[in-house]
Design a protein around this ligand. Structure first.
Ligand code: 5GP
Ligand code: ZN
Length: 124
């Protein structure tokens, strides 16, 4: 059972987390990439013509919870963004990667995610 060894708080977050549900296929999304540890899907409220969210399948609340042993995963999330940028034809035109962290950082979903934005001239 995947929750074995986790404390009660982690189990609760797992159950309530919309992105965990997407990763587990329990909630629908348009998936553009996935492997054993990462899944990427279209943002439900796109802020640009291309707006894709890249997440670890395992629940990590935010960048603040990243530990040294997660660094290869974080690197692979970045490289995945580049791969997807090629796949959706914004590799050459350019794109933006954003990780909102915490309340004042604008993080709404408490599961680490990398926004991949592009397909138009981004400002600001
Ligand atoms: P944050 O503000 O936490 O950095 O970004 C959360 C993002 O998740 C937002 O851009 C929002 O539109 C997106 N989002 C929220 N709920 C869902 C959902 O159920 N499905 C998908 N595909 N995206 C979602
Ligand atoms: Zn989660």
């Amino acid at each position: 059972m995947k929750s074995e060894g986790l404390n009660t708080k982690d189990r609760k977050e797992d159950m309530d987390c919309i992105f965990c549900n997407i990763a587990e296929g329990k909630t629908n999304s348009r998936v553009v990439f996935q492997n054993e540890e990462i899944i990427a899907f279209d943002d439900i409220h796109p802020q640009a013509p291309i707006h894709i969210l890249i997440i670890p399948k395992k629940h990590i609340q935010s960048l603040n919870q990243i530990e040294d042993n997660d660094l290869p995963l974080l690197t692979r999330m970045l490289v995945t963004a580049k791969t997807i940028a090629k796949q959706v034809n914004i590799y050459d035109s350019g794109y933006r990667l954003v990780i909102n962290t915490g309340k004042e950082g604008g993080q709404v979903i408490q599961h680490l995610h990398l926004h991949l934005l592009g397909g138009k001239q981004l400002r600001g």
